[in-house]
Design a protein around this ligand. Structure first.
Ligand SMILES: Nc1ncnc2c1ncn2[C@@H]1O[C@H](COP(=O)(O)OP(=O)(O)O)[C@@H](O)[C@H]1O
Ligand SMILES: [Mg+2]
Length: 404
């Protein structure tokens, strides 16, 4: 800030001192105006716009320096005030500073230097304070803008989930009919079919089946995202659930020439724990399904259950292509398909692992992936033996809770 841009009000009852101070400030390039006491200074301050600094004597008739400070501060004006006195009393300095003075100077033989130094210092400080205040105001404004757009985004996200839920839900019934009816026709219940008719009906059947599982995945995402996933928690044997899922997945694996092996710990090592059997079955199906989908024919899969610390660990280990390290961070994101492609022309949407993560999180569990490009991947999930979730309770879980 250039000093000539600042108008200084000098207040002193001694006209000699007043003129001397005005002269010193004048040599410093300041525009100076004067007053003979506090009352005079107050009226001048309110009449003359643009006063940016007040330099005032302490002892004056009518209204002294302290009262002047209090009056100026009382008007909530933050103009910097420098107090001058002839006596070197620390209590006066403290009182002046406590009342809102910015600096305190002694009228001694160094006044020429100290006055200009103090004026420059006080003005610089004031300027910085102003800048700071402006920055805080800008920040508060930006913050409220961010909060507003955040709120809008949350509302749009909730709308997206609602739309997704309604669309997927309404597609499910007709798709189930198409799948079921095509199955009946393929079974030749209504008479024999030509090879061509059978071939086309089979395409209709598998396509509607694939669409149905996509629609189910979309429904899951919408349900979980909108905070409406309900876990039906009950004590169960994880080993039994895994064995059942292995049986269900064996047909698909065999069709691709992939063998399923298992190494499952008994109840001594992994006792019954609380979990939602339907949802954990979905997690296992997704991991085993991926292992089958992305592994080459002729390879084998190992599904294991073991205890690790205070958790049950379920691992699915494959001999597939492995996952490139730079892509691993995307694995559990929605609609994230990586460079690894299905080896048998299977469907891929990139939703499976996102759902897996949400279900495991809802159980207060965790996931890990170990993978070596060229030699396979191991996906593991951990369920705490003491999960803290309520038995037979319905736990509601979601990444975002909206009005229900
Ligand atoms: N066992 C695996 N081996 C190699 N890549 C895998 C494996 N599991 C998942 N991936 C990669 O992660 C991506 C995301 O998996 P997922 O979310 O289950 O979606 P989708 O199975 O529909 O492709 C897959 O498209 C694939 O590229
Ligand atoms: Mg998958």
């Amino acid at each position: 800030m250039v000093s000539s841009e600042v108008k200084v009000l000098v207040v002193d009852d001694d006209s000699f001192v007043r003129d001397m101070l005005a002269m010193i400030l004048g040599t410093g390039g300041y525009d100076v105006t004067t007053a003979g006491n506090g009352a005079d200074a107050l009226s001048r301050y309110s009449r003359e716009p643009g006063i940016g600094l007040v330099i005032s004597d302490m002892n004056m008739p009518e209204m002294n320096g302290l009262e002047l400070i209090r009056n100026l501060r009382g008007a909530e004006d933050d103009v910097p005030i420098v107090i001058l006195t002839g006596n070197n009393e620390i209590s006066v300095a403290v009182e002046a500073l406590n009342s809102g003075a910015s600096d305190y100077l002694l009228k001694d033989e160094n006044i020429q230097d100290t006055l200009l130094l103090s004026a420059a210092k006080v003005l610089e400080k004031h300027h910085l304070k102003r800048q700071n205040l402006q920055l805080m105001r800008d920040l508060a404004l930006k913050n409220s803008e961010l909060e507003k757009s955040n709120g809008e985004l949350l509302a749009l996200n909730a709308l997206k989930n609602k739309f997704l839920g309604i669309a997927a839900h309404d597609l499910r019934n007709p798709l189930t009919s198409i799948r079921g009816l095509s199955e009946i026709l393929i079974g030749e219940t209504f008479g024999p079919l030509t090879e061509e008719q059978k071939e086309y009906l089979t395409i209709i059947n598998t396509t509607s089946d694939e669409m149905l599982s996509l629609v189910n995945d979309l429904l899951d995402v919408s349900v979980i995202e909108s905070g409406k996933l309900e876990l039906l928690i009950a004590p169960r044997s994880l080993k039994e659930v895994i064995e059942e899922r292995i049986r269900m997945n064996t047909v698909v694996a065999e069709r691709k020439g992939i063998s399923l092996q298992s190494g499952l710990a008994g109840p001594d090592e992994v006792p019954d724990i609380l979990f939602d059997a339907h949802r954990i079955a979905q997690v296992i199906d997704n991991l085993v399904g991926n292992a089958i989908k992305f592994s080459p024919p002729g390879s084998s899969l190992l599904i294991s259950l073991a205890r690790e610390g205070n958790a049950a660990k379920v691992s699915v280990c494959d001999e597939g292509p492995g996952i490139p390290p730079e892509e691993r961070s995307k694995l559990f994101g929605e609609f994230q398909k990586l460079s690894v492609q299905p080896t048998g022309g299977e469907r891929s949407t990139g939703l499976g692992l996102a759902i897996v993560k949400k279900i495991v999180d809802a159980h207060r569990g965790s996931l890990s992936v170990e993978s070596q490009v060229g030699s396979g991947s191991t996906f593991s999930f951990f369920l705490p033996l003491d999960s803290g979730v309520e038995e037979c309770g319905r736990e509601q879980f979601g990444t975002h809770q909206e009005g229900k």
